[in-house]
Design a binder for this molecule. Structure first.
Ligand code: SAH
Length: 211
């Protein structure tokens, strides 16, 4: 099967799974996912599965990328923060929908590869930082939207603090892989509203930096 055929099939599957936001679908259609995985997985780039990206990390399955992005309700004037740059794929999807995307990754070599991809695709509205994402990015706060792409037991307090009033955060929450849920947090004048979306499996959000 050619890449084009595989891509069309994937987009049809995402629609069947309930993704309706055309801006999200079009970002997935435009971005060559095969450029975000190692050559060994080239053939599987448009299957609806998570793929390894090195350092024990994974690029989420396209359905989860689409679902998280759709539920974040990103608009073109927004400032968005992503935690866990990984391959850079989700960052690129978000960057196509917002004004400026800030992304933090704790593994510098992964971040360097992701930055090379942002340059290759001439996506100039992405600002990156190597560091511990659980601390957020205080100098740039508040953010209209925050997406965490690794699972924590609870939302890191610094990230909740850095969400603008009216802002939305989407994150996988839960201790072990068996019990993780995607949640959507909306910040109100008086606190936070939390909705549970669906069960997911993510690699852990690890505080601090690698040795
Ligand atoms: N969004 C990525 C998915 C990456 S998997 C993509 O589209 O490819 C989750 C990523 O979160 C991993 O790269 C992992 O190194 C990173 N991560 C885990 N804990 C982190 C932390 N405290 N700060 C920043 N990044 C973290």
């Amino acid at each position: 099967m050619s890449i084009e055929t595989a891509k069309i099939r994937l987009l049809m599957e995402l629609r069947r799974q309930g993704i309706t936001d055309t801006a999200v679908l079009s970002a997935i259609e435009t971005i060559p996912r095969e450029k975000f995985v190692t050559d060994t997985f080239f053939d599987q780039a448009y299957e609806n599965i998570a793929l390894p990206i090195g350092y024990n990390q994974t690029l989420s399955q396209p359905y989860i990328v689409a679902l998280m992005t759709e539920r974040l309700q990103v608009k073109d004037r927004m400032k968005v923060l992503e935690i866990g740059t990984g391959s850079g794929y989700q960052a690129l999807v978000l960057a196509k929908l917002c004004r400026r995307l800030y992304t933090i990754e704790r593994h510098s070599p992964l971040l360097e590869q992701a930055k090379a991809r942002f340059d290759m695709f001439k996506q100039t509205n992405i600002v990156t930082k190597a560091g511990d994402g659980t601390l957020g990015w205080q100098e740039q706060a508040p953010f209209d939207r925050i997406m965490i792409t690794a699972a924590a037991e609870d939302v890191p307090p610094a990230l909740a603090d850095q969400l603008a009033i009216g802002g939305i955060m989407v994150a996988p929450i839960g201790e072990d892989k068996a019990g993780q849920y995607l949640i959507r947090v909306t910040r109100t004048e008086s606190g936070f509203d939390v909705e549970e979306l669906e069960q997911v499996r993510f690699v852990p959000l690890i505080p601090g930096l690698p040795e």
